[in-house]
Design a protein around this ligand. Structure first.
Ligand code: COA
Length: 379
């Protein structure tokens, strides 16, 4: 018998088909239902992208109006949820708070067991509407401030700024934020999406799948990288220190430079040039030239010495920082967006479900008899 092939990290393994997104190699472009993501970021608001991911087509004006009305009507969290948020340990990372809060959304939903297509869409829009409210309320409670109620006359992005800061900034800032949500919305069978698909494959429920996905996204090798990038930039502080910093980092064996590398893209993340433009807009508006200079030095050296390109988290980290968001909020913002991709995949998985259950090659000790406790000696 030939030895089974092991694909560590499932690298190079195709586990299913998907119609939701792909990277078109010839154009090095990520597409959602065939649309290049950079065009979606330029011409559509994030709500249109959410609709596309859940319905397979961009909405007409009338469809968008109905979708937005529903999302806006669901933004308020329950008094019980607010109470739960008040009880949390405010020293915990906001991703841990959010993971627990989304699990609590499942507890509150008496139709949690309904995993039909329509049932899941209903729950997905509830999460889309309430996750931003949870993030903003948690942020304010941590600072000893009262949460700000959502407003139904604002877009999702505008409303998030309103709930977080109490004001909506100029349109260029909202535009940059909205584009980042579009870029973050979906990316195939990444670790968190695969986690969500694995959980729903046992016919569990959408809240459990999203809770697990949040746990996966949190890690610094995945969504947590946008926070790690900003910590790195703050550690470097000045462009004059960037070259020495990166040379030192690369001299350490196996040291990862955050915001670089990608499992799928080996010639550069297609979203990066577009998001970088938005980041540069932010830098102009908010006096952030030094972050551009530091990033340019790091990127040039990484390419020359390691042939590794930046990923989306590289421009997003400093862009969010310049918008005024605190660093531990960066990955929760990613969740605000990726809930759209996760829900689309959960629904797709259930359309033709097969329980996820890979095999492993055993390399532990051979079979042996159990010794009763009285006869057992320390190994
Ligand atoms: N910094 C330094 N070296 C890196 C690197 C980085 N960010 N990313 C990859 N490499 C190196 C690896 O050490 C490895 O070197 P080796 O062949 O000498 O062992 C080589 O490049 C191949 O990387 P590998 O770990 O096999 O790629 P992967 O597909 O398994 O990993 C990531 C992809 C994203 C997990 C990895 O690039 C990484 O950890 N990046 C930093 C975290 C990050 O930005 N995550 C966000 C992803 S969107």
């Amino acid at each position: 018998m030939t030895a089974p092939q092991i694909a560590k990290g499932l690298a190079g393994v195709y586990s299913d088909t998907t119609r939701i997104s792909t990277v078109v190699d010839e154009m090095n472009s990520l597409t959602y239902y065939g649309y290049p993501v950079q065009e979606l970021a330029e011409f559509c608001r994030f709500e249109e992208v959410a609709y596309l991911l859940w319905h397979g087509e961009l909405p007409t004006a009338e469809q968008l109006k109905k979708f937005e009305q529903e999302e806006r009507s669901l933004r308020n969290i329950s008094p019980k949820m607010l109470n739960v948020l008040r009880q949390f340990d405010h020293a915990a990372h906001p991703m841990d708070t959010l993971r627990t809060a989304v699990s609590f959304l499942g507890l509150e939903d008496h139709e949690v067991k309904d995993i039909s297509h329509d049932g899941n869409l209903k729950k997905a829009i509830r999460m889309l509407a309430q996750i931003p409210t949870i993030i903003a309320a948690d942020f304010r409670l941590r600072k000893g401030q009262e949460p700000i109620a959502p407003r139904a006359d604002l877009s999702m992005s505008e409303n998030f700024f309103h709930m977080y800061f109490g004001t909506v900034p100029q349109k260029e800032v909202v535009r940059c934020f909205d584009a980042s949500l579009t870029f973050y919305a979906e990316h195939g069978f990444n670790a968190s999406t695969f986690t969500a698909r694995t959980i729903i494959s046992s016919l569990s429920d959408i809240y459990s799948a999203v809770t697990g996905a949040i746990g996966s996204l949190k890690g610094p090798l995945h969504g947590g990288a946008n926070e790690a990038v900003m910590h790195m930039l703050l550690d470097i502080q000045e462009p004059s220190k960037a070259q020495a910093w990166i040379d030192e980092a690369l001299s350490e064996k196996k040291k990862l430079v955050m915001g670089f590398g990608h499992r799928v893209y080996k010639h550069g993340d297609s979203r990066v040039p577009y998001m970088t433009k938005y980041f540069h807009d932010m830098a102009k508006l908010r006096n952030g030239q030094k972050w551009i200079e530091i990033e340019t030095i790091l990127a040039k050296t990484m390419l020359e010495k390691k042939n590794i390109h930046p990923n989306l988290d590289y421009p997003v980290g400093p862009a969010y920082y310049l918008m005024g968001f605190e660093i531990p909020i960066f990955t929760p913002i990613f969740v605000m967006s990726r809930i759209t991709g996760w829900a689309a995949h959960i629904i797709e998985q259930l359309e033709d479900n097969k329980l996820m259950r890979p095999l492993s090659v055993y390399n532990g000790v051979p079979q042996r008899p159990v010794q009763p406790l009285a006869k057992r000696k320390a190994a």
